[in-house]
Every structure is written in C-alpha cells, then in structure tokens.
Design a protein around this ligand. Structure first.
Ligand SMILES: *Cc1c(COP(=O)(O)O)cnc(C)c1O
Length: 378
C-alpha cells in the first residue's frame, strides 16, 4: 500500500482550550456494549461495523478498543476507509468493504489485505481475474440481495455465480452475507421473508457460513445469527430496535455545549431567523454554541430541548448554523452565565430521543456530530 490515500473521515482535532462544545466518548461503555452483544450471540462471533468514522465516534479508537476485546472482523463502507484503517489494525484483523469492489481498487485490496464484499457476478469475475494474474488465492465475502434491492448479488445472477464458483476456486469465499431492511422492527414480516430467502441461498451455495444480523438482527434471535453478526449502532449506544422496547445498550456519547450569551426579552420579541418564534411572555433566553453545522439538525427548530442539571430547556426559534437559542425561564435567574455548559446528549437526553425530536434516527445524529467539538475519550 502506498499510503497515498488518507483516511477521508479523519476529523480535525480542536484543542480543549476555548472549545465551546465537549464531546465525550465513553470507551468503556463501548467495550461493555460489545461484550454484551458477544454474550447474547455466543458462540456466534460479533464483528464491528466501523464505517463513517465508527458512526462519527473516531474509528481508530473504536477499532483498537474492539480489537483488544478479540474482535477480528471490521466492516467499513468504502475502500478509502479500509485503506485508512488497515495500518491501525494487526494483520489478523480482517477489514471488509461493504460497498463492494470498485474497478481500479483490485490491486490495492489484494496487496493491502483488504477483503472486498462482492456484490455482483462482475465483481467476482474481476476479483478472480486479479487472483489469476497474481497466481494466488484471494479472500472475499459474497453479499446477496434478499429483498432490500440495495447491494448484493441479485437473484438473476445467482446461478451464473454458482457455476463460476464451481469452475474456478481462486477466490476463497470466507462467508456469504445479506442485510436486513427492517431489523429494527421485531415484528416486521420483512425479517421473516429475508430469512427465508437467505435460507434458500444457503442451500444453493451450501457449505458457506452465513453473516446476516446487524444490531437489530441480533435481537431477532438465533435463526438470524449465522456465524458472525455485524452490529453497528448498538455498539455506539443506539437502540437496536425502535418499536418501543427499552434500549438494552449503554450510552456512549455525551455532548455538552457552552452558553455564549444570555438575555431577557419582552412579550412580543421575535427570536431567531425569520422571526419564527415570538415570545408569548417575558422570556429568559440563552444562546448555545452549536448549530446545524455541528450536527444539531435544522429540523430541531422550535422542537426539542437541551438540559441543565435535569431541567428541560426548550429550543425556541430556528436552529442557526452555529447556535441555537433555548428558553431558560425554568431555571432560577442567573443560573446560566457565559461559560456555563448545557447537556445536549447525556443522562437526560439520549441520541434516540434527540433523533426523534429532529425527525431522524440515531445513526444520523451520530454521523453528523461536527468536528468543532473537542473530544474526550473516557
Ligand atoms: C451499516 C450496516 C450494518 C450495521 O447496522 P446497524 O443497524 O448499525 O447495526 C450492518 N451491515 C451492513 C451491510 C450495513 O450497511
């Protein structure tokens, strides 16, 4: 590997001094979440999905922590992420590229010990041709589409692939995989339908191990577990299911943001862009130093809240690029001053709760966390 490609998701490091947002990543909670999933799965193993900078938490720290807990399978989405992660992990860790084998990446994958997830007959053919030219066997995973129509060998290519595998053995298939579209809904019929399709594929391609479950899939039970599960969000504290079950995972991310101005406005005062909020009574406000550029979605305008020692402080008016304004009238006067910090994510507000208020999912909250926070790993 020539090292020319830097990890594209690497974040700027802001010095703690002067930062107006503190992002805390609780590495020990991450480790406990991994251990919990491992014990739910045992004897099946748990990989780690670390795409998008480990869902925004910092792929190097996350991957190293999980490697130290005997995780040996790491999934990224993109080739460049794999190239960046490869030198971070020992060679006995396997790195898989979910988005597949893009033309031109074959040599780097082969030389760099990166395992492509082959998503089509044509990708297998190119990988096999690479193996032939190197006069060696190359490892791969084959992904099948079981009803999501996103990535994976489509049904109409299956027989040609089976024939190819029977005639040419220079690609070593480590396991076959598929991805669940509705695993966050335990009762969804789509889970059943995809499992049935996966079972059919496993019969067609008998002899290969199966990798199927994401975080939600782990909670669907043993038939979904295969030999290796691929959790992402559950590692990072997100709820694996979203149909009302309590979240069994521990929160990993905390976010505190500084107050940069306070004021009292009279009845009728317009607050924020567009005058979208008008004070109904005299109101005490605080301006908080994080906005949509820092991952607080603009859809939180007039919705959602931050917390101060458990007191809910509703967001009023529109979310700006660099700030939000909150109503602090519920706090005794003078409680918040310049330099006070309020909780955006923490004991009173989970990533799932903030996501719900923003009309999105925890995944998007985590992967949008800005790079203007200083980051602490605990
Ligand atoms: C992102 C992803 C995962 C992880 O999903 P979570 O819901 O975060 O556990 C697993 N498999 C594939 C193919 C993915 O794209």
């Amino acid at each position: 590997m020539d090292g020319a490609i830097e990890l594209s998701t690497k974040r700027r490091v802001v010095s703690a001094e002067g930062a107006t947002g503190h992002l805390t990543v609780d590495i020990s909670a991450l480790a406990r979440n991994y251990a919990k999933l491992c014990s739910l799965l045992a004897p099946v193993r748990a990989a780690a999905v670390v795409k998008a900078d480990a869902y925004g938490l910092g792929v190097e720290r996350v991957a190293q922590t999980l490697y130290d807990m005997d995780c040996r399978h790491f999934f990224v989405a993109q080739f460049a992420e794999a190239v960046g992660l490869r030198p971070v992990l020992a060679q006995d860790a396997q790195i898989f590229v979910l988005n597949g084998l893009q033309p031109g990446n074959e040599a780097t994958c082969a030389e760099g010990g990166i395992v492509p997830v082959l998503n089509s007959l044509q990708q297998w053919q190119r990988w096999s041709a690479m193996a032939k030219s190197l006069k060696r066997t190359l490892p791969a995973v084959v992904q099948f589409d079981t009803g999501m129509a996103r990535l994976g060998v489509p049904p109409e290519e299956r027989s040609a692939l089976a024939e190819g595998l029977a005639n040419e053995n220079n690609v070593e298939i480590l396991f076959i995989m598929s991805h669940l579209a509705s695993a966050n809904e335990l009762e969804s019929e789509q889970n059943d339908a995809q499992l049935t399709e996966m079972t059919r594929i496993a019969d067609e391609f008998s002899g290969f191990d199966i990798c199927f479950a994401n975080s939600g899939g782990i909670f669907l039970g043993a038939p979904y577990h295969g030999v290796l599960a691929r959790p992402g969000i559950a590692l990072y504290g997100g709820a694996p299911t979203t149909t009302g079950e309590p979240n069994p995972m521990e929160p990993v991310v905390g976010l505190e943001v500084a107050v940069v101005q306070t004021r009292t406005v009279p009845t009728g005062a317009k607050i924020g862009y567009g005058g979208a909020h008008v004070a109904e009574k005299q109101t005490r406000l605080a301006t908080i130093a994080a906005g949509y550029a820092d991952g607080l979605p603009r859809s939180l305008s007039g919705r959602g809240a931050v917390y101060y020692k458990g007191t809910r402080l509703p967001i009023v008016g529109r979310v700006s690029m660099d700030s939000i304004t909150v109503d602090v009238s519920a706090l005794p006067k003078g409680t918040l001053t310049l330099g006070s910090f309020v909780e955006v994510l923490g004991p009173h507000q989970s990533i799932d709760e903030l996501a719900r208020d923003a009309g999105t999912i925890s995944y998007e909250i985590l992967t949008s966390l800005g790079d203007r926070y200083d980051r602490h790993y605990r």
